[in-house]
Structure formats: C-alpha cells, structure tokens
Ligand binder design. Structure first.
Ligand SMILES: Cc1ncc(COP(=O)(O)O)c(C=O)c1O
Length: 451
C-alpha cells in the first residue's frame, strides 16, 4: 500500500450511500467495501516507511487485548459494574510505573488521550489554586485571574486544555525558551511568576513538556519543580511521546526531577505500541481528583464503595472501556525486554540517520536529537529564506504524494523544516537507508526544477 492515502477529499464519502441501510447486508458485501473503499482511504501508520508525526504503533499483542476488551462487552461505570476492569487497570498502571522507574508515591489511571489527561490536570490545578471555587461561584466569581505557564513548544492540546479549563487565552503564559534547545527557561519562568504575583494574579499550573512534538524539546523538570513547589503551583509533566523512552533506564535523565511533579501523562499508544487509545495519567494525590470530580448518585452506589477505587471520580467520563486489557496483553505477550530492544533499535537508527545527514554537504540537523525524531533541512547555497521554504515543502510533498514514504513538515521559528520521526514497529535500518536515499534524490530533483 502507498504510505499516504492516495485519495482526494470526498473520495471515500462519495463511494458510500447517503442513506442508511434499510435491511441487513451480507458480511461478504461489507468486507468487499472494507477492502475496496475503506482501506485505500487509510494512511498506513504501521508502514515501515511512515516517519510522520510520532509513531503510533499497533502491536499485535495489544490488538488482541483490544479485541478481547470489545468482545467481553464490559461496562465500566463503577467497581461493581466490572470489578476486573478496575483492578486490572490498577495493576497495569502500577506495572508501568515500575517499568518507567517512578516511585510508589504515584498512582495511575488510563485515559483515552494525553489531551484528556492534561485537561484533567488543569481542572484540578484550577480548583486547588482557587481554593475549590467550583463549590462557590466558580471561576466567574474569582477576583484573581488564574495563570497557566507553558512554552510555545508545548503541544497544541496544552493551550486547548487550559482554555477548556477556563483559564482564558490571555492567562496562558508562553514562557521564554533556551534559544538553542527550546527548553523552558526556568529563569524566565520564575520572572514571569513574580511579575504575575506583583500584578495580583494567581499562578495555578505549569505544564512542562518532556519531548515536545515539533522538535522533542525537553523542559528542565527538576528546575521547574523547585519553582512550582516554592509557590505551590501544580506541575503537570506532558511526556506523551517521551514516556515510552522511560522504559530505558539510560533515558530517564530526560525527566530528572519528575518525582517532584504533581501529575504526569504519557501515551503507550505512541512509540511503545499499545494500540490507540491508551494514555496513562499518574498523580500522587488521587484524593484531589476525587475532591474535584467525584459524583455519587444513588444508582451507582454499592455496599463496597468504601473499599474500592471508582475511576469515574478520577476523571471526566463516567463510562470507560476495558483499556487495561490491551496493556495487559501487550506486556505479557511481548514482554518489556522485547519492547526495550525495539526502542533501542529506533534510537540507534535515529543516530545513524543523523550521522548521514551531518556528513552530507548542504544538509542540516536543526535541533539536538534527544530521542528518535530528527529535524532536517536541505540548504543548498543561493536560496533566500522564502525560496528555501518553497524548496523544503516541494521535496517533502513530492515524497508524501508518491506514497513511497511519509514525513511531517513543520515550522521552526516560522521557517519550514521536515521532521523524520523513526519508530514504527516494522521500520528497520534498511528502511531508514531507503528513506535517506529517497530524500536526497527527491530534493536534488526539486532543486533542478526550482533553479
Ligand atoms: C507532546 C505531546 N503532548 C500531547 C499530545 C496529544 O496526544 P493525544 O493525541 O493523546 O491527545 C501529543 C500528540 O502527539 C504530543 O506529541
């Protein structure tokens, strides 16, 4: 299959009837349409030549767990509605806590996405900073604006979560970054907080990125945590992508200081390879989540409520899927050592690719390669900035359209570059070599058209 779906907007929809079926159809007809209409409309995220966004692996073992979860037809609305759902979730969250080197002060739950985890953290931070204003007039009656701090490198879901949690765009501070690494400057953070305090604002939350989406920037969690703790500001660590790397002891320095944070989220559904959707959310004080989000309607009560965890009180939705099963299958059938071996293979492939780019004239590695994503640009002499942008977008688009490989162009300080994110389960060194050959050939062809 081509890596990127070779369809135009509307192609899939136009092949489907506008009206719903009036009578049951045969499974054969359905499967034929699945093959002929749906599959061509998929961008092949599991293709070894997919280097876009971040890897979102669908390991077979976790797919089996997902199928089991659907097939068992469970309903997770309380411990009583499916005791195994709650207790397997407790166990697998704790397994992953241990596998990523976190201390036993953390307790976890599974959300659909890191976006939801961040929103949950920011709602609790809001309530903590406002002395639980929701029990009075809510944010509308608060005299001091609550402030959230992050950087321009943070994922778009962070700003979205802060806006949805009611902070308001004008109360989200994009703290200055180190000019080289684009990591949050702790000095700028401290200054910004002092400034807000002097102006009668209430600092409420800091969101540190460990592995930003654009360039894998790593905010200095230890330094940020010192500031957060000094001012009693909630610190949420968004390690959506880099959390997988924490299975490797040699990568854990990247989130040094994480033990001092208040919440952490990361996605096994990215690089680690538990099929979407599976985002872990850890807190030290679940009682704060419960204080803000608990509901206790009579129809959900049971005689064991005082003895069990009710995950509905730890987050936003009531009903939950048995997501823990896919982690349980994944960890048991593949085993952590095989997962670690694959992650290390990808890190080595990223280093190999980096060396090829560095040693080739007119090619540049633009940012430090902290994990498995490499930011590159072809910079032949004689092109001004606008022409360079045109050239960058031309060669990456030519590759993406060909279906031979897929990468995500992205902007760095307003100028286009290309992210090569290595880490699909099926990607081996031979594929990375093929990509590098393809990139050089395509960029050279595009250049001759441009000049
Ligand atoms: C650093 C970071 N944070 C958050 C997210 C949002 O993840 P999700 O799709 O699970 O909401 C992403 C997605 O790529 C990410 O890279």
């Amino acid at each position: 299959m081509p890596v990127r779906a070779q369809v135009k907007p509307g192609d899939v929809k136009n092949k489907l009837p506008a009206s719903p079926p009036t009578s049951p159809e045969s499974i054969d007809d359905l499967m034929q349409d699945l093959q002929n209409i749906i599959v061509p409309g998929l961008t092949q995220a599991q293709h070894p030549m997919h280097y876009g966004w971040f890897p979102a692996n669908a390991s077979l073992s976790s797919v089996l767990g997902d199928i089991a979860s659907s097939g068992l037809g469970t309903v997770g609305i309380s411990w009583e509605s499916c005791p195994a759902l709650t207790e397997v979730e407790q166990v697998v969250c704790d397994w992953l806590r241990q596998l990523t080197g976190l201390s036993d002060q953390w307790q976890g739950t599974i959300h659909d996405t890191a976006s939801t985890a961040c929103l949950t953290a920011l709602i609790v931070a809001r309530e903590q900073a406002s002395d639980y204003a929701q029990n009075r007039g809510g944010l509308q009656s608060e005299p001091k604006p609550l402030i959230a701090y992050t950087t321009a490198e943070a994922h778009s879901s962070v700003t979205k979560a802060a806006m949805l949690a009611g902070y308001g765009l004008q109360n989200i501070r994009k703290v200055a970054m180190d000019p080289i690494t684009r990591a949050m400057s702790s000095i700028a953070l401290a200054d910004s907080i002092s400034n807000d305090l002097a102006n009668g604002c209430q600092p409420a939350a800091i969101i540190a990125s460990v592995g930003s989406t654009g360039i894998t920037a790593i905010d200095p969690v230890a330094q940020i945590a010192l500031i957060a703790n000094r001012h009693k500001i909630w610190l949420h660590v968004d390690a959506a992508m880099a959390g997988s790397a924490m299975l490797l002891p040699e990568c854990r320095h990247l989130w040094q200081g994480v033990e001092e944070a208040d919440s952490i989220s990361w996605n096994p559904h990215k690089w680690m390879g538990t099929i979407l959707d599976c985002a872990l959310f850890y807190v030290k004080q679940p009682d704060l989540l419960i204080r803000v989000m608990s509901t206790n309607p009579s129809y959900l009560r049971s005689t064991v409520d005082s003895e069990v965890v009710q995950y509905r009180d730890w987050g936003i939705p009531l009903g939950r899927r048995f997501r823990a099963l896919k982690l349980w299958f994944h960890l048991r059938l593949d085993g952590p050592d095989a997962i670690r071996e694959r992650l290390r293979r990808d890190l080595e492939n990223a280093q190999w690719f980096t060396r090829q780019v560095e040693s080739t004239p007119h090619w540049q590695i633009l940012m430090p390669v902290n994990l498995q994503t490499i930011c590159i640009r072809h910079q032949p002499p004689g092109l001004n900035e606008d022409a360079l942008d045109t050239h960058t977008l031309a060669w990456v688009d030519a590759i993406n359209q060909s279906g031979d490989a897929f990468m995500s162009p992205s902007q760095l300080e307003g100028r286009w570059m290309v992210r090569v994110s290595i880490g699909v389960e099926s990607t081996e060194r031979e594929h990375v070599l093929k990509l590098w050959t393809l990139i050089q050939k395509t960029a050279s062809n595009c250049l001759s058209t441009l000049t």
